[in-house]
Design a protein around this ligand. Structure first.
Ligand code: FES
Ligand code: FES
Length: 191
């Protein structure tokens, strides 16, 4: 049998990576309240599913390695780094991105606070910061401890140590940290 021609080799490579080729999985997600069906390669991350397949580009890709927090979204109300999670792991899950938190004419209180406190410069980290901050307040309400929690039996409050520890996974290369902390404290009802 003669070896495959260069054209056949190329065609095989294209077929192997085509959507629906072996390795793709059907997936059902609720994204920002909307039911979405996808058929994705099993290696696609949740971040790429959101950005490249659902065209929700509010969620940012910073490092793609779990270091920066720019890709933070809420999955069933809990924050995760979407770059570290495969989309296929989230079949049936409810995902909220920055686009689903509020609308331009009806901002989420955390979005409004970031504007009021000038809590960004370039804005690249901001969607992740805001999603993370919304989840932090939910963690405090639910009594979820962090490494900065001293007394596990005491009522949980968002003091400076808690705020800094809980937001430490969200890097801001512009260094807008003090204004970000003010915005989060404002929504938390802290002076
Ligand atoms: Fe996910 Fe940086 S892009 S943590
Ligand atoms: Fe530029 Fe945070 S506002 S990285």
């Amino acid at each position: 049998m003669s070896p495959p021609s260069p054209h056949e080799v190329r065609q095989r490579a294209v077929d192997e990576h085509a959507p629906g080729a072996s390795g793709s999985l059907p997936l059902s997600l609720t994204v920002n309240g909307e039911h979405r069906r996808l058929d994705l390669d099993s290696r696609v991350t949740l971040l790429d599913a959101l950005r490249e397949h659902l065209h929700l580009t509010g969620t940012k890709k910073g490092c793609d390695h779990g270091h920066c927090g720019a890709c933070t979204v809420l999955v069933n109300g809990i924050r995760i780094n979407a770059c570290l999670s495969l989309a296929a792991m989230h079949d049936g899950d409810a995902v909220t991105t920055i686009e689903g938190l509020g609308r331009p004419d009806q901002l989420h209180p955390m979005q409004a606070a970031f504007i009021a406190h000038d809590a960004f410069q370039c804005g690249y980290c901001t969607p992740g910061q805001i999603c993370s901050a919304v989840a932090v307040l939910a963690e405090i309400r639910a009594g979820v401890p962090s490494h900065a929690t001293g007394d596990l039996m005491a009522p949980m409050t968002l003091d400076n140590g808690e705020l800094r520890e809980r937001m430490s996974g969200n890097i801001c290369r512009c260094g807008a940290y003090s204004n970000i902390a003010d915005a989060v404290a404002d929504v938390a009802g802290r002076p």
